[in-house]
Design a protein around this ligand. Structure first.
Ligand code: NAI
Ligand code: MG
Length: 321
């Protein structure tokens, strides 16, 4: 049966790397692509960064490939994540042969809570010059994340938290995740997130799967990007019970947008995660290995020290799938 993929390139380099990922999906599967707009450009034209038909396309498609949105990112990606009821953002960060990395032994996966924390959207200016942000942590969301983590990492995982300071909110997060893990017979190791940041830089090889509150997962996964060779390499999956939104971790990269030199690896690896989510494991593995081959032997884009364009790298990946 033909599956439907919503394609939302967004702004900036999202428009350059997403077509490469679509070509790769088209080469390995039988998909119908539904193209939809979101982001700054459509906001200028239509007054909203997320038109209703885009939200509907994402709600009804089997899976969505998203690029990046600019200043409107929060008004696009947060509603898209909720459109598929995504409760976990899966962010693998690993090194690849041939890619110069600060820490060559890095092979991490961040499982980031995707609905609440300080990203719940409860900010206010309570007086002139005084602002607040209400952090939301619920047992339900922590439990859902923990159950996913137990299935994803039955051998055990690290729980990032700051419960020594945010005793109530991160206290609940830590306790709930640890309880669910214990009930499933899964080992956990709790880690204070600030010290964890240092340890990830010094000895990332001692970590594997890290379960994080929302903001911590955002920050620690970008830190890991720095360890492995940059944001051009990090894919992600916003997983819901039935659907998912797959996107590179990077944003619109205004410093290089329009130059045609963005690294498409993160977007194509996100497409590999999409394939695996839909159960096409063999196709996902083919895509992954084509990307690895190109990263090792070239051509590569300037972020990895090469001189190739997005299209040239895309063509090389396509040849390898
Ligand atoms: P960014 O990820 O766009 O760029 C950070 C740095 O990494 C830049 O120097 C950029 O050139 C480089 N980079 C990122 N992806 C790359 C790729 N594929 N190939 C080569 N180099 C790459 O983050 P920044 O600069 O903080 O944000 C720029 C805009 O993107 C902002 O408007 C922000 O709101 C938006 N953004 C959107 C996200 C989303 O849609 N999910 C996520 C993060 C940022
Ligand atoms: Mg981020």
């Amino acid at each position: 049966m033909t599956e439907e993929i919503a394609v939302v390139p967004g702004d900036g380099i999202g428009r350059e790397v997403t077509p490469v990922a679509v070509d790769v999906l088209d080469a390995v599967g039988d998909f119908e692509f539904v193209h939809a707009e979101a982001g700054d450009a459509v906001a200028d034209e239509r007054g909203t960064p997320l038109p209703e038909e885009t939200r509907e396309a994402v709600e009804t498609a089997d899976a969505t490939l998203f690029g990046a949105a600019g200043e409107s990112a929060a008004d696009v990606i947060l509603p898209l994540r909720s459109a598929v009821d995504s409760f976990v953002n899966v962010r693998p960060a690993r090194t690849y042969p041939g890619v110069d990395a600060v820490q060559p032994e890095t092979d991490l996966v961040f499982l980031r809570e995707n609905t609440e924390g300080v990203y719940a959207g409860h900010e206010a200016e309570v007086a002139d010059g005084v602002t607040t942000c209400t952090r939301v942590v619920t047992e339900d969301a922590s439990r859902r994340l923990a159950q996913y983590a137990c299935e994803y990492a039955p051998a055990g995982f690290t729980v990032a938290h700051k419960a020594n300071v945010m005793r109530v909110t991160d206290g609940l997060f830590r306790e709930t995740v640890e309880d669910v893990a214990a009930a499933n017979g899964v080992d956990t190791e709790a880690a204070l997130m600030d010290a964890l940041a240092m340890h990830l830089v010094e000895r990332p090889e001692q970590y594997d799967v890290v379960v994080c509150p929302n903001l911590a997962g955002d920050v620690l996964s970008d830190l890991a990007a720095g360890l492995v060779g940059g944001l051009g390499l990090l894919p992600s999956a916003n997983v819901g019970p039935e659907r998912g939104v797959f996107e590179p971790v990077h944003g619109t990269a205004p410093d290089i947008a329009g130059d045609g030199v963005a690294n498409p690896a993160a977007a194509v690896l996100s497409a590999a995660m999409l394939l695996e989510f839909l159960g096409h494991d063999a196709a996902g593995a083919r895509v992954r290995s084509a990307v690895e081959d190109v990263l090792e032997h070239g051509p590569t884009t300037p972020d990895l020290g090469g001189e190739a364009t997005t299209r040239e790298v895309g063509a090389a990946i396509l040849e390898g799938v």
